[in-house]
Design a protein around this ligand. Structure first.
Ligand code: ADP
Ligand code: ADP
Ligand code: ZN
Length: 227
């Protein structure tokens, strides 16, 4: 069977509550399809660490498990998407999270004759979130994500990908903020499922399955979308 390569860059969106597996799957798709993973959470955490004006405004909001203002997030995303490495296509991980952001994205893409190719919804039960978030940690050097139970490194404390022994846990990955993050998801982000369904680009994956099974399904969807 012949497949053709798209000439316009693909724009894929990963939708899902905190801990659904967006970052994990985005990283796998990045490696497989040569797309660039854009995580607004990562971009905001970098802004906080650098102490930029946006970072100063975002810090307390993130620690409280609420959503950072649309203006700040849209500005950060717009700057990042304009960079050269995004020309081959992007996987948006954690953006858009509100209808205002979704509309801003559509407007942004329309300027260059693009549109969203697929919005993949990672469906998970709320109960699983606490467990996924509380066991999450990340390699500080290469960003590979791990989980105490579901995805431990082969050698405890050592990154499989780069060998680093420096692992970090996020300040907001605690039981107190999980409730407000889930509430923010249900109130502000979940309506985007209907938004993209109405535009005919929604795909849904059962993200209660293991990482490999979810990855297989994502793979099939992205192949289909990019052919
Ligand atoms: P998770 O992977 O758990 O879904 P993220 O790393 O995507 O979390 O986001 C962490 C925090 O950063 C969010 O709780 C929110 O405060 C902020 N954030 C990230 N993306 C957005 C966005 N698109 N709009 C508003 N706030 C955002
Ligand atoms: P998100 O970016 O949606 O917040 P992550 O990709 O960071 O979610 O995943 C949250 C945590 O759950 C990580 O520790 C990750 O290793 C783990 N994880 C991801 N997908 C699965 C899965 N399908 N089953 C079990 N654990 C998972
Ligand atoms: Zn590493």
């Amino acid at each position: 069977m012949e497949t053709t390569v798209t000439t316009t860059p693909a724009v894929l969106i990963l939708l899902g509550p905190p801990g659904a597996g967006k970052g994990t799957q985005a990283r796998l798709l990045e490696q497989e399809f040569g797309l660039v993973q854009l995580s607004t959470g990562d971009l905001l955490r970098a802004a906080v660490a650098e102490g930029t004006e946006a970072g100063k405004q975002a810090k307390a909001v993130m620690e409280a498990g609420k959503l950072v203002s649309d203006d700040i997030v849209i500005a950060i995303l717009r700057d990042r998407v304009a960079q050269a490495d995004c020309a081959r296509g992007v996987i948006l991980d954690g953006f858009p999270r509100t209808t205002v952001q979704a509309e801003a994205l559509d407007t942004m893409l329309a300027e260059t004759g693009q549109s969203v190719n697929a919005a993949i919804s990672l469906a998970v039960e709320d109960d699983a979130m606490v467990q996924r978030i509380s066991g999450r940690f990340t390699c500080a050097k290469c960003g590979e994500g791990y989980h105490d139970t579901f995805k431990p490194p082969k050698t405890p404390g050592v990154c499989d990908k780069c060998g680093s022994t420096e692992m970090t846990r996020r300040a907001d990955d605690n039981a107190e903020t999980v409730a407000s993050r889930l509430a923010a998801y249900h109130e502000q982000t979940e309506p985007l499922i209907a938004y993209y369904d109405a535009r005919g680009v929604l795909r849904t994956v059962d993200a209660m399955q293991g990482i490999d099974k979810v990855a297989d399904e994502m793979d099939g969807i992205v192949r289909d979308v990019m052919k």
